[in-house]
Design a protein around this ligand. Structure first.
Ligand code: PEP
Ligand code: MN
Length: 287
């Protein structure tokens, strides 16, 4: 695996590369400004399960200080089976998410998994998520870039920073510089264990701030896969300088349609927000 060289920064990564120590991009998604003084917290269900469900979650996370609402409607599930317990609402889910965001006053982010659906998804969301599994789907990146919507680019769990920034470069090269990078854990040969499916690469946060002007956030939910670990890693991410967090929140986490092991309930989310606020203040930031 190649390291990022000076030459890369001048050629292959010329658009994402930082030009000078204070060069930073702030990505605005509605009123949320990612990469500025505020640590932006995006929160919501892994999968949108219904109109009332996502509206209630939206109001709860907003009251606790979240700046954006997340929710999956098209899920890149590991196995092809869907049933009454594990499902995705597809376009209906996007409409529910959009309406919940509107009523709660939160911009919304959701994933697009299929190049054929980019324009449809863009019609419902304020920010488009490229999931870990799609990070190097270059035609998808091109189409998403062309919508002009802000993009949340998750790191593939097997990718180097060089490959990840190369994917971001595709977005900028296709005319879209409103890109936020999201660390979500990487795999190593020993990580397919119940206690550590992924390793959270927190060093990526300061490393990316060294190489690129783009903001960096951390998904402490998908990175840890276990709710017991979400708060410690979220706190550490903010301490490491992350510009934001994305977190799964569900009223009854064990019953979540997707990823029931990692969601936080409202109480745990509220408590974490208080802690993150304290950490942000030490660093001269707010949430
Ligand atoms: C998600 O955020 O819902 C998700 C599927 O994450 P990732 O692509 O990081 O696995
Ligand atoms: Mn998930």
């Amino acid at each position: 695996m190649k390291d990022i060289s000076e030459q890369d920064l001048n050629t292959n990564l010329r658009l994402v590369a930082k030009h000078g120590p204070t060069h930073r991009t702030i990505v605005s998604v509605g009123p949320a400004e990612i990469g500025g003084g505020r640590v932006v917290v995006m929160a919501g269900p892994c999968a949108v399960e219904g109109a009332e469900q996502v509206l209630e979650i939206a109001k709860q996370v907003k009251a606790a200080g979240a700046a954006m609402l997340r929710g999956g409607a098209f899920k890149p599930l590991t196995f092809p089976y869907r049933n009454e317990k594990m499902f995705e609402l597809r376009e209906r889910g996007l409409a529910f998410l959009q309406e919940a965001g509107r009523q709660a006053g939160l911009p919304v982010v959701s994933e697009v998994v299929d190049v054929r659906l980019v324009d449809m998804v863009a019609g419902y969301v304020d920010m488009i998520q490229i999931g870990s599994r799609s990070m190097q789907n270059f035609p998808l990146l091109e189409e998403v870039a062309k919508t002009g919507k802000p993009v949340l680019l998750k790191r593939h769990y097997g990718s180097s920073l060089r490959d990840w920034l190369g994917a971001a470069e595709y977005l900028l090269y296709n005319g879209n510089s409103r890109v936020v990078l999201c660390e979500r854990g990487v795999v190593a040969p020993h990580t397919h264990q119940p206690a550590s499916r992924f390793i959270v690469d927190l060093q990526a946060v300061p490393a990316l701030h060294e190489f690129t002007h783009l903001p960096v956030i951390v998904d402490a939910s998908h990175a840890t896969f276990r709710r017991e670990y979400v708060a410690p890693i979220a706190r550490a991410a903010v301490a490491a300088g992350a510009d934001g967090l994305i977190l799964d929140v569900h009223p009854v986490p064990a019953q979540a349609a997707v990823d029931p092991l990692q969601a936080l309930n409202y109480e745990a989310f509220g408590q974490l927000m208080g802690q993150v606020d304290g950490i942000a203040k030490v660093l001269g930031r707010t949430i």
